[in-house]
Design a protein around this ligand. Structure first.
Ligand code: NAD
Length: 259
């Protein structure tokens, strides 16, 4: 790890949903570029493992357990970043859930839980993070969205609506808080994480379903990896993208091409 000359040296970052999948990949990548990272999720054991891995590699990390759909959890994340790392420079609202079910079947409670987890949690962290970023002279917000913001998937109304709303939220934040603060959204295609496999659980043949998903990637013929997403995330939070704000970056191996 290069904590002194990395692209994110001296920066403090909060990444939600960072005990697994893309959040973990993003946190490890940021830490490898010198950022001190706040790891958060609901699973303490996994959280401590991620923190241990980053520290063993010479990086700085701390774990905070919590449910991001609660405002108080996001307040705690910001407080910990300030106390442990001196402030907040980068926030990545990444945690998400699927909430599968077509409109007539989806329980109202699941609709609210999905919107709270995917959309309101991002709003809370952005709302609480911006004043701290101002104290540091600026900052960067990177939301993890989905191609579901642009492309419908059968029986995913809450998921697609929440991800489309995140695109609008990010553009609004970019307009209201630039140039001191940049805000962008990543829109990944299907990435090989526990989340993807969870989405296939309802089917009797999950492996065949995932194989079909791979086939639907007409260009690259493979799923994404957390590293593919972490590379794009690093670009969007580093000075390499200093003239990019309010943007949606689709990172999907060409998944949305060809229908
Ligand atoms: N995997 C994919 O194919 C895919 C594609 C596009 C977008 N995404 C998005 O990427 C993001 C990360 O997902 P992933 O694929 O890495 O899956 P993942 O399951 O590995 O990670 C999601 C994390 O969010 C956490 N989380 C969910 N609800 C939470 C809550 N209320 N409070 C705290 N933590 C919570 C989960 O416990 C998990 O650790 C999600 O927002 C998801 O919508 C995933």
């Amino acid at each position: 790890m290069d904590v002194t000359t990395g692209k994110l040296s001296g920066k403090a970052a909060i990444i939600t949903g960072s005990t697994s999948g893309m959040g973990k990949g993003i946190a490890e990548r940021f830490a490898g570029e010198g950022a001190a990272v706040v790891i958060t999720g609901r699973d303490e054991r996994r959280g401590n493992q991620v923190v241990g891995g980053i520290r063993d590699a010479g990086g700085r990390a701390v774990f905070v357990r919590g449910d991001v759909s609660q405002f108080e959890t996001n307040q705690l994340l910001v407080n910990v970043a300030v106390e442990k790392f001196g402030g907040v420079d980068i926030i990545v609202p990444n945690a998400g859930m699927l909430g599968i079910g077509s409109v007539t079947e989806l329980p109202v409670e699941t609709w609210h839980r999905t919107l709270d987890t995917n959309l309101s949690a991002a709003f809370y962290l952005i709302k609480l993070g911006i004043p701290e970023m101002h104290k540091r002279g600026g900052g960067v917000i990177l939301v993890n969205g989905s191609i579901a913001a642009w492309k419908e998937f059968p029986a995913h109304p809450a998921y697609c609506a929440s991800k489309a709303a995140l695109v609008a939220l990010v553009k609004q934040v970019a307009l209201d808080y630039g140039p001191m603060i940049r805000a962008n959204i990543l829109c990944p295609g299907q990435v090989d994480t526990p989340f993807l496999w969870e989405s296939t659980k309802a089917f009797p043949n999950p492996e065949e379903v995932v194989a079909q998903v791979v086939e639907e990637h007409l260009v690259m013929k493979r799923l994404g990896t957390p590293e593919d997403i972490a590379n794009a995330a690093l670009f969007l939070v580093s000075d390499d993208s200093s003239w990019i704000t309010g943007a949606s970056l689709v990172v999907d191996g060409g998944r949305i091409l060809g229908g």
